[in-house]
Design a binder for this molecule. Structure first.
Ligand code: HEM
Length: 497
């Protein structure tokens, strides 16, 4: 008898919930175009069996068919895909809570800047913003230069020979740069990519993508699977490493304060500049403002956001230059006129004078944005293009599609750095080009990224003539967590002198 009552109550409760969902969510979202929804799995079937290098292409076709505002269903959860600058402008400014899909990053990054929300995000963003001031970034120039010179040494051994893939070398260089600037430690990824920390960064990114493509696997099951165990192993190494660095750094900085007259050389492992970690420890006021966990989460976030993104951006820029010899020579001429006989740029003034190179880097980020998609949680109802989107909808903002819109970029698939000459930007919609996002949650590291990219790319073009092996048409796009060239960057390198 009791069982019958329980079943009836549950059935009524379920029917009411279902009715509410139909009325408040389903009927509104179904007004948008999209593939037919199947109960329980929604439209997830559209990704099943699609290889990694086909995912983005397939989805672009979906958006071409159903866009500019299209819907998919992740079970009963609606995702609305937006492809116009006007959509991005509204969402990026009004909604600052990240989409539910970012939850897979929580075990690694916790509540760091990228993933946190509400007042915690706001306070941390306010606290951390000054550490990205260009005056502070200027102190990182010697690190960019030192790592770039090591990279050139590695590329020298590949020049004049067979076809080589420079993507792994660029990745190691970016990792060395971010480890030293974020934590003040050298992991020597360029000389030893067998390093446990470096390997764990690769492993965790790989597993995160694997899991993102399988939202139907619950976490309790995932933890017992091979991929789940690999994730846990990598996580232990990464957290262990950053905790260890933080505690050593704290002790060191404390002992420095206690010394009456610290020598300059003591400040940072023989260097005067401070790493992001040192600045966070200073701002933490002995745990009153930032706890040790807060600090670790922010440092891990810099590690995650600050190396794969710049690697992809530098690699795509080099790939495009390798495909466009006339543009490459124009960049080379500019570099020679700014650097004269120097191997690498060493000051911000020199970087600012590399204006045409900046246009190249911007155009590369237009065609191949490192972060092709951003997701926001619509916490309140919104009306967009005449459609009512209920609270809880995930707004999926397709930067790569917006940036290839013929309405804003004539011949959008053609590589043309002149689009970014100041006179050609006049009148362009401010949200037609947003590789670093826009609004309150834009990329805090965009200046850092631009300085790093300019230093590395200028130095490579200054030393070698690059010929790309794959054309733009041939190159396959791999949507790991970021947009990468599926086969790496295959080139022939020829020393210029
Ligand atoms: C070419 C290189 C880069 C690109 C294209 C890029 C792009 C982006 C984008 C699109 C976002 C917004 C993500 C979202 O809303 O989901 C973002 C956020 C962020 N980026 Fe970058 N990024 C780059 C480099 C960097 C670097 C070098 C750092 C740090 C050293 C960094 C740190 C961050 C952080 C902390 C956030 C979160 C900011 C917040 O929510 O307040 N990024 N980035």
């Amino acid at each position: 008898m009791y069982l019958v009552i329980v079943v009836i109550v549950l059935a009524v409760w379920y029917c009411l919930r279902y009715y509410r969902w139909l009325k408040n969510v389903y009927f509104h979202v179904e007004k948008l175009n999209g593939a037919p929804r199947i109960p329980i799995i929604g439209t997830e079937y559209i990704h099943i069996g699609v290889p990694k290098d086909e995912l983005l292409k397939r989805f672009l076709r979906y958006l071409e068919k159903y866009g500019p505002l299209a819907r998919t269903w992740n079970g009963s959860q609606p995702d609305v895909h937006m492809t116009k600058p006007e959509h991005l402008q509204v969402i990026m400014n009004k909604y600052i809570t990240k989409g539910k899909q970012y939850e897979s990053l929580h075990p690694w990054l916790g509540q760091g800047l990228l993933t946190s929300k509400g007042s915690k995000w706001y306070q941390h963003r306010k606290l951390i913003t000054p550490t990205f001031h260009f005056k502070i970034l200027e102190n990182f120039m010697p690190i960019f230069v030192e790592k770039t010179k090591t990279l050139l040494g590695i590329l020298d051994s590949k020049a004049g020979g067979d076809i080589c893939n420079i993507y792994p070398d660029i990745t190691h260089c970016a990792l060395d740069i971010i480890c030293e600037t974020a934590m003040g430690v050298n992991v020597n990824a360029m000389s030893n990519d067998d390093n446990k920390y470096v390997k764990s960064v690769y492993n965790i990114s790989e597993v995160l993508l694997w899991k993102a493509l399988r939202p139907y696997i619950p976490y309790f099951l995932f933890n017992f699977m091979k991929q789940g165990r690999k994730f846990k192993e990598a996580l232990d190494v990464l957290h262990g490493f950053s905790k260890d660095v933080i505690s050593k750094r704290k002790k060191f900085l404390k002992s420095k304060i206690n010394k009456r007259k610290p020598k300059d050389e003591d400040v940072l492992g023989g260097r005067k500049r401070l790493s992001f970690l040192d600045m966070l420890i200073e701002a933490s006021q002995d745990g009153k403002v930032l706890s040790d966990t807060d600090i670790r989460e922010e440092v891990d976030t810099f590690m995650f956001e600050g190396h794969d993104t710049t690697t992809a951006a530098m690699s795509w820029a080099l790939f495009l230059l390798g495909n466009h010899p006339v543009v490459q020579e124009k960049v080379y001429d500019e570099i020679r006129s700014v650097l004269k006989d120097k191997i690498t740029p060493t000051t911000l003034v020199e970087l600012h004078r590399l204006r045409y190179l900046e246009c190249v880097i911007k155009e590369a980020l237009r065609l191949y944005p490192s972060v092709p998609v951003i997701i926001r949680d619509l916490e309140e109802e919104i009306e967009i293009d005449g459609y009512k989107l209920p609270p809880g909808t995930q707004a999926v903002l397709h930067l790569h599609m917006v940036q290839r819109s013929p309405d804003h970029f004539p011949k959008p698939h053609v590589f043309d750095p002149d689009r970014f000459l100041p006179e050609n930007c006049i009148g362009r919609h401010p949200y037609a080009y947003v590789p670093f996002s826009a609004g309150p949650r834009n990329c805090i590291g965009q200046k850092f990224a631009m300085y790093e990219e300019k230093t590395v790319v200028a130095s490579i073009i200054n030393r070698y003539k690059l010929t790309a092996i794959e054309s733009m048409r041939e190159a396959k796009l791999s949507t790991d967590l970021i947009l990468k060239p599926h086969n790496g960057v295959l080139v022939k390198l020829e020393r210029r002198e």
